[in-house]
Design a protein around this ligand. Structure first.
Ligand code: FAD
Ligand code: NAD
Length: 466
């Protein structure tokens, strides 16, 4: 039986980063993945393929609606759906190839199969051809999550699908009802609406992307509505039915008024659940919480001190970069280092256009907790850079402590918000003040100047630039 220092179960962003960092620190490391390719949800059916399709469809929409204004006249614009999906798959392959390279470079052993604990100290790995048993001094569980659903909605993977099936379609859908106006809901709605699918979002809450600062969702709703997406808030879906070549959705509003919609596809995007199937946790002393997430302490140790867990399977923000941070933390904890993750400073990004990005407290949180704040808000329509690129939708909003000037929250909807938010993360991590943030120089003209102006306004000064 082969013995390792560290065995990592699952090769998503949590697992592959944990394995690489473990190997860099000199540990004999094995990574076990049940699928053929490494990379987990994020690389294969999550972050990477969705961003590839969001980019392709954004170019298509720009060519159709904006190029003429730039004076670029194209006779005919056609969409080759298969080519677009093929490019998406090529992007995924480049990333999974990159992971193979990194595993080899770092001398990490790779086992293909489903890993299941035999007891607290040994696991077996099953694949189509064999079962091997291994032991390790430490285990890192990084088995991720799977799409969840709601009562009455059965995912048949044909007409009633999840994001995974939506990323593997053979032809452009004519119509799609999306259940859930969270992150997956609005990203998927953007992809399909841009290529001419008739898209409806049914959302239970009274706002899109409801966990973010509410002004972001409200602004995004206006923009997506203008682009032709039918958005219905305060709607609870309670049943779906496959009709063979289409599907029916049953939903009701807050007053109990019932309604139905038919569409070629119904895409379920109501959140994700921890994935522990086949892991044999019943053979260990590892504990789960009431929602099925693996319970861990601040070092990501489970109830068994040499079994750690990271990423989506432990809950919290289900984000690739959160899983990555935990992967590094665990490898370094095993190595005797003492770091902490500041969970409140992990940014969230939604890759619609314009992008939405956020870090720190929302205005709703500050109000609810009676924390004093000032708001600085600057519209992209007043930015010279945004006008040059015709990306004038959105705003940068900063929330600042009125006494000390500490930056409490940064919320952006606007062009390249996903990249701009890094600056807000630094501001919060190093607890600099709004004045520090507006006294530094911002290249002109850039989208980042919207943040400078927002910091000036939050500090009681007027805007100085356009
Ligand atoms: P996963 O990536 O889920 O990886 C777990 C791996 O473990 C899988 O490969 C699985 O096969 C394997 N596994 C499970 N059980 C076993 C077992 N017993 N034995 C062996 N292997 C096993 N996050 C972002 O930050 N940015 C984005 O833009 C973004 N876009 C997304 C888009 C979509 C459509 C979806 C669905 C998610 C997106 N996410 C995004 C979320 C992100 O994908 C997850 O937060 C991230 O993948 C979690 O990483 P993980 O390592 O915890 O688990
Ligand atoms: P989510 O939690 O973001 O949104 C689910 C939405 O479904 C909620 O707004 C909820 O109110 C709604 N809902 C639930 N039950 C409903 C019902 N019966 N009828 C109508 N609406 C209902 O979940 P998601 O969009 O499925 O995404 C799953 C996870 O994947 C998220 O945690 C997210 O962090 C991650 N993800 C991240 C990115 C990114 O970082 N850009 C992209 C995609 C996914």
């Amino acid at each position: 039986m082969e013995n390792y220092d560290i065995a990592v179960i699952g090769s998503g962003p949590g697992g592959y980063v944990a394995a690489i960092r473990s190997a860099q620190l000199g540990y004999k490391t094995v990574i076990i993945e049940k699928y053929d390719t490494l990379g987990g949800t994020c690389t294969n059916v999550g972050c990477i393929p969705t961003k590839a399709l969001l980019d392709s469809t954004h170019h298509y929409a720009e060519a159709r609606h904006q190029f003429g204004k730039h004076g670029i006249i194209l006779d005919q614009i056609e969409l080759d759906f298969s080519r677009m999906y093929q490019r998406k798959s090529e992007v995924v392959s480049k990333n999974t190839d990159g992971l193979n390279f990194l595993m080899n470079k770092n001398n990490i052993t790779r086992l293909k199969g489903t890993a299941g604990f035999i007891n607290n100290t040994a696991i077996k790995v099953d694949n189509e051809t064999e079962t091997v048993e291994i032991t390790a001094k430490n285990y890192i569980i990084a088995t991720g999550s799977k799409p969840s659903t709601v009562p009455g909605v059965e995912i048949d993977q044909q007409r009633i699908i999840t994001s995974t099936e939506a990323l593997a379609l053979n032809e452009k859908p004519k119509s799609m009802v999306i259940i859930g106006g969270g992150v997956i809901g609005v990203e998927m709605a953007s992809i399909f609406n841009r290529i001419g699918t008739q898209v409806t979002i049914l959302e239970y809450a009274d706002n899109l992307i409801a966990t973010m600062d509410h002004e972001l969702g409200k602004n995004l709703q206006k923009i997506l509505k203008k682009e032709g997406i039918d958005i219905r808030l305060n709607q609870a879906v309670y049943k779906t039915e496959s009709l063979g070549s289409s599907a029916k959705v049953f939903f009701k509003d807050k007053n109990g008024t019932e309604n139905t919609l038919d569409a070629e596809y119904v895409l379920v995007a109501v959140g994700r659940s921890p994935y522990v199937k086949g892991l044999g946790l019943g053979n260990t002393d590892v504990l789960l919480d009431e929602w099925g997430f693996i319970k861990v302490n601040e070092n990501n140790q489970t109830a068994v001190s040499h079994i750690y867990a990271i990423g989506d399977v432990i809950g919290g923000a289900m984000l690739a970069h959160k899983a990555e941070e935990e992967g590094v933390l665990v490898a370094e904890t095993i190595n005797g280092q003492n770091h902490r993750i500041h969970y409140d400073r992990i940014p969230s990004v939604v890759y619609t256009w314009p992008e939405v990005a956020s870090v720190g407290h929302t205005e709703e949180y500050l109000k609810k907790n009676n924390i004093a704040y000032t708001v600085g808000k600057f519209p992209f329509s007043a930015s010279a850079r945004a006008r040059a690129s015709m990306d004038t939708d959105g705003f940068a909003k900063v929330l600042v402590d009125p006494k000390y000037g500490e930056v409490l929250g940064v919320h952006i909807i606007g062009a390249r918000a996903a990249d701009l938010i890094a600056q807000g993360v630094i501001a919060q991590e190093y607890e600099v003040t709004a004045e520090d943030m507006f006294r530094i120089s911002y290249a002109h003209p850039t989208y980042s100047e919207t943040l400078k102006e927002a910091y000036l306004i939050a500090s009681g000064q007027g805007a100085v630039n356009i």
